[in-house]
Design a protein around this ligand. Structure first.
Ligand code: F0G
Length: 459
């Protein structure tokens, strides 16, 4: 008997959302230079800009905030946090930080040097930026099936193991200080990485004597997708799969703003005692004393509780079903979306959606603006605006490999009827897509363009 999958919670606190008229949205968009990062949140109806730090905390987490121990050193909250992370992830040394990129800065600050290369299935953009900040090269080694946005392969987040082995064989000693694996693979479509692929990565790293690390931001969603998609995993428990993901790796970096279901926080965890000691010394200078690392005691409590809640199967079943609900409805109505749906987001293929536009017309930005203007929904361009390169001779913006629009779904925040409105609005836009105008970039900063660049509709 199939049963309706429900939200495994009820709502206790509510927050109004921004109701605006089309004219108000038009004015807000113009004022923001057609950049959704610059639109005030009160003018957004449904905010799908990111799933990071935007989750709803549970009553237990709010109770945990009251229990937070704010002692400068050795707070009770730290030990609760440390023991939870040890148990779930299996590493000994647990170093709290204020968010994921702080862990990246500590690891690459200590281990990456100019001229070195750091391979990954696909680096997230802050990971890439922290590697490049050290003068090293961030190398993406995705599997070939990830290139085809319509391919239904179950583990398009995987590392290309043959390429990893080749790169490690061809580079000299010390040229590759660490290997990274991101679960799930956010930059490529939120696809999971299989346990088999994680084991393969560990085997190659061990053979070449290079430590492997995991970017664990969405580790629970990855574990659930492994359970659902990988042969032989369907009867295993989520905590068992979650823990096995890290087996053989030297450590992990975590943004607790995703699968920690916290609004802020993260950690660096490792079994390497020397690295942990070096990391704690950097931590004292840049984040805080090693038992709080830039967080309040109450934040450590919220993360410790969130990390257990995120592994509950009814939660993950609802979470993955709601992402698939949005993706499958759009797909079945002929809207081009990246297949198959991953854990945290649905990605529209803006280049196919707006096939009357050229990639230089910034179709991702055009679609993002059109969706806001039409329905007050905020999404995020992941395409030429974010990743396009400026040609050094012509000064022109060169298109990125894809132009996607990410609809990231905050955890435990929106109801099914709100998702129905998202579907309805996108279908309306799709029916009228030829009227969506091209965009031009009017001004851009020298780095991290997508946050502050200004645009205008092409006439
Ligand atoms: N790694 C991954 C895979 C991420 O998705 C992010 C953040 C980070 C690291 C950095 O963590 O934000 O806590 O410093 N991703 C957000 C997003 C911003 O919208 O996908 P952070």
């Amino acid at each position: 008997m199939s049963r309706t999958i429900i939200e495994p919670f009820r709502i206790k606190v509510v927050e109004p959302i921004g109701q605006t008229s089309r004219e108000e949205r038009r004015a807000a968009l113009e004022k923001a230079g057609y950049n959704l990062f610059m639109v005030p949140a009160e003018k957004i109806l449904i905010d799908l800009l990111t799933d990071s730090g935007t989750g709803a905390m549970s009553s237990e987490q709010w109770a945990g905030l009251s229990r937070g121990d704010e002692s400068y050193a050795g707070a009770r909250s730290f030990y609760r946090f440390r023991d939870t992370v040890r148990e779930i992830f299996g590493f000994q040394h647990i170093i709290p930080v204020h968010q994921g990129r702080a862990a990246e800065k500590i690891l690459f600050g200590l281990r990456a040097k100019p001229g070195q290369t750091i391979p990954s299935n696909t680096h997230f953009d802050t990971t890439r930026a922290n590697i490049e900040w050290r003068g090293a090269t961030a190398l993406d080694l995705p599997v070939p099936e990830a290139e085809n946005l319509s391919d239904e392969a179950p583990f398009k987040g995987n590392m290309n193991l043959a390429e990893l082995d080749r790169v490690l064989s061809e580079t000299g000693e010390g040229e590759i200080p660490v290997v990274m694996t991101t679960i799930t693979n956010n930059s490529l479509g939120g696809h999971p990485v299989s346990l088999e692929n994680l084991r393969g990565t560990v085997e190659i790293c061990e053979r070449h004597g290079v430590p492997g690390f995991v970017d664990a931001a969405r580790f629970a969603e990855n574990a659930y997708l492994v359970k659902r998609r990988e042969p032989g995993q369907s009867t295993r428990s989520i905590p068992t799969i979650a823990r096995e993901q890290f087996s053989g790796f030297r450590g992990c970096l975590m943004s607790a703003k995703k699968d920690g279901i916290a609004n802020i926080g993260g950690f660096f965890a490792t079994d390497d005692a020397d690295l942990a000691e070096e990391a704690r010394q950097v931590l004292v200078v840049t984040e805080g004393f090693p038992t709080y690392g830039g967080l309040a005691g109450r934040d450590l409590e919220a993360i410790a509780i969130g990390l257990r809640e995120v592994l509950e199967e009814p939660y993950l079943e609802y979470r993955i079903a709601s992402t698939a609900y949005l993706a499958d409805h759009l797909h079945n109505e002929g809207v081009p979306v990246v297949r198959p749906a991953g854990g945290h987001a649905v990605y529209l293929d803006a280049r196919r959606f707006l096939s009357h536009l050229d990639p230089t017309d910034l179709p991702g930005q055009a679609l993002t603006c059109a969706l806001y203007l039409h329905a007050g929904i905020r999404a995020c361009e992941i395409g030429t605006v974010m990743f396009g390169t400026i040609d050094s001779e012509s000064g022109e913006l060169e298109p990125a490999p894809h132009d996607l629009v990410r609809l990231a779904i905050p955890r435990r925040v929106y109801t099914q009827s709100q998702m129905d409105l998202v579907i309805e609005s996108i279908l309306e836009l799709h029916a009228d897509r030829e009227r969506i105008p091209a965009m031009r970039m009017a001004w851009s900063p020298s780095a991290l363009r997508h946050f502050t660049a200004r645009f205008e509709p092409a006439t």
